[in-house]
Design a protein around this ligand. Structure first.
Ligand code: NAP
Length: 277
């Protein structure tokens, strides 16, 4: 499995398992657990969840799926903004730990920015880190202004990732946030990397995938994986689709394929040199 380096120097898998909407339907449970376990077998040992997902049902499902294999897994979960005060974080983390049936979270994220001052959330994260309840902490859905505000605060420069919406059709972060994160060696965890399935129905991508002889999901994920500091976390509850998605790691795009995708899905900075002329 290819890896991405966190600012601490630790390596994590570049391909992780998203779990939003998992654990909600009893009749899908067995296949969901089998899919997560297959992911671990195939080296996708990073699992992303949140206290929000199914009101804790996603975390509970993961707790069951990783029983006996905890040490193999890099577990990511998120705190609700309304729970992200210093004491609120600590209480929310304890609840997540119970649902996940573990004594530590590898990466704990603020899910999005709410009313609680960022300094309080960071104080909670630092206290959890000192207590060994979380190993790393980070943020999600924070824009450039938020990151600039967070950076000088106590613990602000300890942020390990920013988890953001990023895919071929959603390249807004490339405008200013991604370069800022890159300068500081903070990886991006790309969520909804296939746009919740919608990207796979876009004719531009379908046509490209057909010409190149690969499934559209593989093409979309492989494009994100051309960046050494991007972690993808596609969600699937289906073992066959998981194998299809994982092929994106095994078969990187060629320079010509990347060029073609860039022409089909131009990013916000693509027009910049022309504008500057
Ligand atoms: P996504 O991963 O882009 O897409 C998931 C959808 O695509 C599911 O409906 C899945 O259905 C389908 N799918 C997956 N692989 C497929 C394939 N090879 N062919 C056809 N369909 C396929 O969307 P996401 O769930 O929004 O994002 C991924 C993860 O990011 C989430 O699960 C969550 O962990 C995280 N996330 C974080 C935030 C945040 O605010 N931080 C927001 C959204 C998501 P099946 O399951 O039926 O295969």
């Amino acid at each position: 499995m290819r890896s991405v380096t966190l600012p601490s120097g630790e390596h994590v898998p570049a391909f992780g398992l998203g779990t939003w909407q998992m654990g909600d339907a009893p009749k899908r449970r067995a296949e969901e657990i089998a899919t997560l376990r297959l992911g671990l077998d195939l080296g996708a040992t990073l699992i992303d969840t949140a206290e929000m997902y199914g009101d804790g049902r996603s975390e509970e499902l993961i707790g069951e799926a990783i029983r006996g294999r905890r040490d193999q897994v890099f577990l990511v979960t998120k705190v609700y903004p309304h729970n992200a005060s210093e004491q609120g974080c600590i209480a929310a983390c304890e609840r997540s730990l119970r649902r996940l049936q573990t004594d530590r979270i590898d990466l704990y994220l603020l899910h999005w920015r709410g009313q609680v001052p960022l300094a309080q959330t960071l104080a909670g994260f630092l206290s959890l880190q000192r207590a060994g309840k979380i190993r790393h902490y980070g943020v999600s859905n924070l824009d450039l202004a938020d990151m600039r505000e967070l950076w000088p605060l106590a613990g602000g420069q300890g942020v390990a990732v920013n988890q953001l919406l990023y895919n071929l059709a959603r390249r807004g972060i490339e405008w200013d946030l991604l370069p800022w994160l890159r300068e500081r060696r903070i990886p991006v965890m790309a969520y909804s990397p296939i746009e919740q399935g919608r990207l796979l129905r876009q004719s531009k991508l379908v046509g490209f995938a057909k010409r190149q002889g690969m499934p559209p999901a593989q093409a979309a994920l492989a494009w994100l994986l051309t960046y050494p500091d991007v972690i993808v976390i596609p969600k699937t509850s289906n073992r066959e689709r998981l194998k299809e998605n994982l092929a994106a790691i095994e078969r990187p795009l060629t320079a010509a394929q990347i060029d073609e995708l860039e022409r089909l899905f131009p990013g916000p900075t693509a027009a910049q040199p022309l504008q500057m002329l």
